[in-house]
Design a protein around this ligand. Structure first.
Ligand code: TYD
Length: 222
């Protein structure tokens, strides 16, 4: 079934901590805008007023502040607000929406990381999101030790308190890295794994190739 949403393109960025998603989203947005595309950049949890309030509850505080199932429910409540208030309206206008994390993060963090049953998360997805899914997901993959080192130095220098997930033990981060790779293998081509342990410009060129390929498949020349 086609809808007005199909006028837009939804591209998500995924990966563990410190994989460089923010930089890559900025570089891709600049390049797409230079080519005349209407681009909206956003992130999860967040991206709409109510979703930002939920984000504040999730990203700070003690690592065991939330039971993982409660955490899933909060994430999907935030996601629904984000879709209804930000993502779907932008797509109806024909925008390319670049989103820093989406539902694959819930599968990886809460599912593979915290052992919430995957069918529970898939059931929430079906009820809350329906059959909508990203046109392309770029998974920035990096050794856990390298990513955590980057994320910790970034948060120390920015005096950020958004470090609840980074503080989880390295075994948790290893599980979520393996989870993202499994999600990619099972995604039927929606997800592309990008080696994030390279220079930012090299990674950006790789991402550009993947995005232009998808846009030309969809009939929107990059
Ligand atoms: P953020 O500061 O955006 O982290 P990053 O820069 O690594 O993307 O914080 C978001 C945190 O929320 C991040 O640690 C991952 C976590 N998260 C989940 O656990 N599940 C989810 O579904 C989403 C969207 C994020």
């Amino acid at each position: 079934m086609t809808s007005d949403r199909d006028r837009g393109t939804f591209i998500t960025f995924e990966g563990g901590e410190g994989a460089g998603k923010t930089t890559q989203i900025r570089l891709l947005a600049d390049r797409l805008r230079a080519g005349g595309h209407d681009v909206v950049t956003t992130r999860e949890p967040g991206g709409a007023t109510g979703a930002d309030s939920i984000r504040a509850l999730l990203v700070s505080g003690a690592t065991d502040k939330w039971d993982p199932l409660s955490e899933c429910l909060l994430l999907f409540a935030a996601r629904r607000e984000h879709l209804v208030k930000t993502i779907w309206p932008a797509m109806e206008q024909g925008a390319i929406v670049l989103c820093d994390r989406f539902a694959d993060s819930t599968l990886a963090y809460q599912g593979y990381g915290h052992n919430v049953p995957i069918p529970f998360i898939e059931g929430l997805y079906a009820s809350v999101v329906g059959d909508f899914e990203p046109d392309l997901t770029l998974i920035l993959d990096l050794e856990v030790s390298v990513g955590l080192g980057r994320a910790i130095s970034r948060n120390t220098s920015a005096a950020s308190n958004e470090d609840r997930f980074e503080k989880m033990d390295p075994a948790f981060h290893e599980r979520l890295r393996a989870g993202f790779l499994e999600i990619a293998r099972n995604s039927g081509g929606r997800c592309v794994v990008i080696d994030a342990d390279r220079e930012p410009d090299t990674i950006a060129a790789d991402i550009w190739d993947r995005v232009s390929e998808r846009l030309s498949d969809a009939g929107a020349a990059a």
